[in-house]
Design a protein around this ligand. Structure first.
Ligand SMILES: Cc1cc2nc3c(=O)[nH]c(=O)nc-3n(C[C@H](O)[C@H](O)[C@H](O)COP(=O)(O)OP(=O)(O)OC[C@H]3O[C@@H](n4cnc5c(N)ncnc54)[C@H](O)[C@@H]3O)c2cc1C
Length: 414
């Protein structure tokens, strides 16, 4: 009997799942439903578009023909409003009901709104979609002053966009360091200095108490909790994601700040799977539940989910996630879960070379490398193989670190 698969979301997780499903099951019915008005594009590259450094065309990954050629039914501009796991159906905003044998929920998240006065004013931007990037780019081209809020991986993209567009800016942070859960002040200072060189000034122990607006409801000023005021005719906010789980409300599918899945990407319902940013997955390396917000991880989860939708338990998700930043003259990479762990080690080797590893139960669980990415594959290998190495921090932190210099137990069997 022909199987029918419905995928909600045409991000990299949903799209890679559809591609894998078609490879695994040439005769299956496959439908993707997305509320966006364009097929899969490269979300990582929309920041380069917003900077004015890339035109639209290279951002696109699939055109509608890609789906036609694979006999995948792509429904664009269609919001899924309800999921009925027992009836094996979903409903769209137009009242259409679609049936499925297996469902993939790959709906990602929506940027969190800042809960302060006037955060919905004109000129206040969030950043997730290509449409957001178009608005940011066109507004930036007219802006004279900017404020960015959110000291994480997306906030720094917004700060880099203001820098690239030549708009003087303030980057308001709550603590005393950018991405303070993953970097120490010493590592963070390399990033702060690179921002200052680009006319973006980090402001510490700050944030936003409220925005002031003019008579047209356009933002003019950000006022921080200390009462300090910053001119801003452009504001970028990146304080996190709210996961798009509302379509599962009222079902018995387990949701906990994301959709809970096992290492095969299956929810607590046998025929419902989830993949990408939305998942709270069982991380087999960490030995606990985890969440990733990275392109490569979402793509791999889509592929793994599809394989297990066809043949459950055929392949587990075992992955060390990476996220790199390319805004500065030096490279930056974070991997694994650098904000977790019960132990750490860090070292600075030059003004622009710093690294930090996080350990859990003696094993590497994540890290950040600035300036010199050479050791990344070695650290990731040790993490993937779950080697206990925290007792050899001096070796791990050596500038020319080599795995052979570690005193290791026999390699685990592949
Ligand atoms: C500006 C920016 C820069 C980034 N840079 C990097 C980077 O450098 N490196 C990196 O690894 N990662 C980066 N990321 C993160 C990475 O892009 C995400 O982790 C990845 O795209 C997640 O893919 P996904 O398929 O899980 O979700 P998404 O790409 O969010 O796709 C989910 C899709 O589902 C749709 N949807 C939601 N609800 C519904 C509904 N009810 N009905 C129908 N459709 C729905 C959404 O509109 C969306 O199209 C960046 C993200 C952004 C926004």
């Amino acid at each position: 009997m022909t199987q029918s698969y419905v995928i909600i979301g045409d991000g990299v997780a949903g799209s890679s799942a559809a591609e894998t499903l078609r490879e695994e099951e040439p005769d299956a019915d496959i439908t993707i439903v997305t509320d966006e008005g364009e097929a899969l594009y490269n979300r990582i590259l929309i920041k380069e578009f917003a900077k004015g450094k890339l035109p639209e065309a290279p951002i696109s990954i699939h055109d509608p023909e890609w789906y036609d050629e694979r006999d995948i039914d792509l429904k664009m501009n269609t919001l899924v409003t309800d999921v009925d796991p027992e009836g094996h159906t979903i409903e769209t905003h137009e009242g259409e009901t679609l049936s499925w044998d297996k469902l993939l929920v790959s709906v990602g998240g929506t940027p969190t709104q800042l809960p302060v006065d006037n955060s919905d004013a004109e000129g206040v931007h969030h950043f997730w979609t290509f449409q957001d990037a178009r608005k940011i780019r066109s507004h930036m081209e007219e802006a004279d002053s900017s404020v960015v809020v959110g000291a994480g991986l997306l906030g720094i993209d917004l700060a880099a966009i203001t820098a690239a567009q030549g708009v003087e800016g303030k980057y308001l942070m709550r603590g005393n360091c950018w991405w303070r859960y993953a970097l120490s002040r010493e590592g963070g200072e390399i990033i702060h200095e690179a921002l200052r060189e680009r006319n973006v000034e980090p402001v510490f122990d700050s944030g936003v108490d409220h925005f002031e607006v003019d008579e047209n409801n356009e933002v003019t000023t950000a006022v921080d909790p200390n009462g300090d005021e910053y001119d801003a005719d452009f504001v970028g906010i990146a304080i996190g994601l709210d996961f798009n789980t509302e379509i599962l409300q009222g079902t018995d599918i387990e949701v906990d700040n994301g959709v809970v899945v096992d290492e095969y990407m299956r929810t607590n319902h046998d025929d419902v799977f989830a993949a990408g940013d939305i998942t709270q997955f069982h991380d087999v390396i960490l030995g606990e539940r985890a969440q990733n917000g990275a392109w490569g991880s979402a793509k791999e989860q889509g592929t793994i989910a599809a394989k297990n939708m066809v043949d459950y338990e055929s392949e587990e998700f075992r992955w060390v996630s990476s996220y790199s930043i390319t805004h500065f003259d030096f490279p930056f990479l974070s991997f694994g879960h650098p904000t977790l762990g019960d132990d750490e080690a860090e070292a600075k080797h030059s003004d622009t070379e710093w690294r930090r590893l996080a350990f859990k139960d003696g094993k590497i669980c994540g890290g950040v490398l600035i300036g010199d990415l050479a050791p990344q594959s070695k650290y990731k290998k040790l993490m993937r193989e779950e080697r206990v190495v925290a007792d050899q921090k001096d070796v791990l932190m050596q500038e020319q670190f080599d795995i052979d210099d570690l005193d290791l137990e026999e390699a685990p069997a592949e």
